[in-house]
Design a protein around this ligand. Structure first.
Ligand code: 2AM
Ligand code: CA
Length: 264
C-alpha cells in the first residue's frame, strides 16, 4: 500500500472540501438538531460527508469509510484500511460563529493510526501527521511535548462541568480550574486536540466524544508524545463513544489522579 499517495490524495480532498464549506456561506444553510436541541447538524455537514465518501469509495473501493452523519459503511471492526471522518467538527461554531470548526480525518490500517488530519477551514491551517514521520502545523514540524506543572498549564474545559452535572464531580473540576494557570473552551474537539499537539493548550478533556472527533487528532498527538486515554485512564477505542483526556506527558496522569471523579 502506498501511504504517501494516500496522504497526498487525502490532503487534496480535505482542501477541496474546505473550499466547498467556505463557499457554502454564500448559500442558504439548513439547520436541524439531532439528539437534542443544541446538537446541531446542517445540510453542509451531510453534503461534505457525502463528497468524501463518494470519492473514497470510487478511488479506494476496498477501504472502509465511516463518518458522523452515517453515509458511510457500518464498521464493526478496524481490520483493513478505515477512514474515520468528521466533515464538520464544531457544527455549533460553524452555525453561530462561521469559524472555529474543522474537518477531522484519521486513516487507520488494521486499527493502527497511520495518517491524521485536522483542517481549520476558515484559517486554512492544516495539522497533519503520518505515523513515525512527525506531526506538522502546515509545513512546520512540531516539537516533542515536554511535561509541565498544573500551575503553569492552560486547560481546555467546558464551563458546564464546573456546575453540577451527571458525568463528573464538579467540585474536583472546580479545584482544577482554580489550580491551573487558565482555561479555554473552543467548542471543536478536533481543534482543541490540535492545540494540545501544538502546545497552545496543555490538556483537553471531554465527557463524550465519538471516534470521528478524535481519530485524526490521535495520530497527530502521538507523533509529539501526547498522552491520551478515556477519563478512567483506559486505552481509547475507536468504535464507540468515549470520555476523553489528552495532555502533555505527566500532566495527563496528574489530572486523572487528582481532579477526575467520574459519576458515569
Ligand atoms: P460536533 O460539532 O462534530 O458534533 C463540542 O464541545 C465538541 O464536542 C465538538 O467537537 C462536537 O463535535 C463534540 N461532540 C461530540 N459528540 C457530541 C454530542 N453528542 N453532543 C455535543 N457535542 C458533541
Ligand atoms: Ca461533526
Amino acid at each position: 500500500m502506498n501511504l504517501d499517495a494516500i496522504d497526498r490524495y487525502a490532503k487534496s480532498l480535505i482542501k477541496e472540501a474546505g473550499h466547498k464549506i467556505r463557499v457554502s456561506f454564500f448559500s442558504h444553510i439548513q439547520i436541524d438538531s439531532k439528539s437534542n436541541a443544541n446538537d446541531l447538524v446542517t445540510n453542509i455537514d451531510r453534503e461534505i460527508e457525502q463528497f468524501f465518501i463518494s470519492r473514497i469509495q470510487k478511488d479506494f473501493p476496498t477501504h472502509q469509510v465511516f463518518g458522523e452523519e452515517g453515509f458511510g459503511d457500518v464498521v464493526t471492526s478496524l481490520d483493513g484500511v478505515t477512514w474515520i471522518l468528521d466533515p464538520i467538527d464544531g457544527t455549533m461554531n460553524f452555525v453561530h460563529q462561521k469559524r472555529n470548526f474543522a474537518i477531522s480525518l484519521g486513516i487507520y490500517v488494521d486499527g493502527v493510526g497511520m495518517l491524521g488530519y485536522i483542517y481549520d477551514v476558515m484559517q486554512d491551517d492544516l495539522y497533519h501527521a503520518a505515523k513515525g514521520k512527525g506531526a506538522y502545523y502546515n509545513d512546520e514540524l512540531l516539537p516533542q511535548l515536554e511535561a509541565k506543572l498544573i500551575t503553569d498549564a492552560i486547560i481546555g474545559v467546558n464551563a458546564k462541568w464546573v456546575v453540577p452535572n451527571r458525568a463528573l464531580n464538579h467540585h474536583k473540576i472546580t479545584e482544577l480550574v482554580l489550580e491551573c494557570r487558565g482555561t479555554r473552551s473552543y467548542g471543536s474537539a478536533a481543534l482543541e486536540i490540535a492545540y494540545v499537539a501544538t502546545g497552545r493548550l496543555d490538556a483537553y478533556m471531554s465527557t463524550r466524544l465519538s471516534p470521528w472527533d478524535i481519530a485524526g487528532g490521535l495520530v497527530i498527538g502521538r507523533e509529539v508524545g501526547i498522552s491520551a486515554t478515556n477519563l478512567r485512564g483506559e486505552e481509547l477505542g475507536l468504535l464507540k463513544q468515549e470520555t476523553f483526556l489528552i495532555a502533555r506527558p505527566e500532566l495527563h496522569e496528574h489530572i486523572l489522579k487528582h481532579y477526575i471523579e467520574l459519576k458515569i
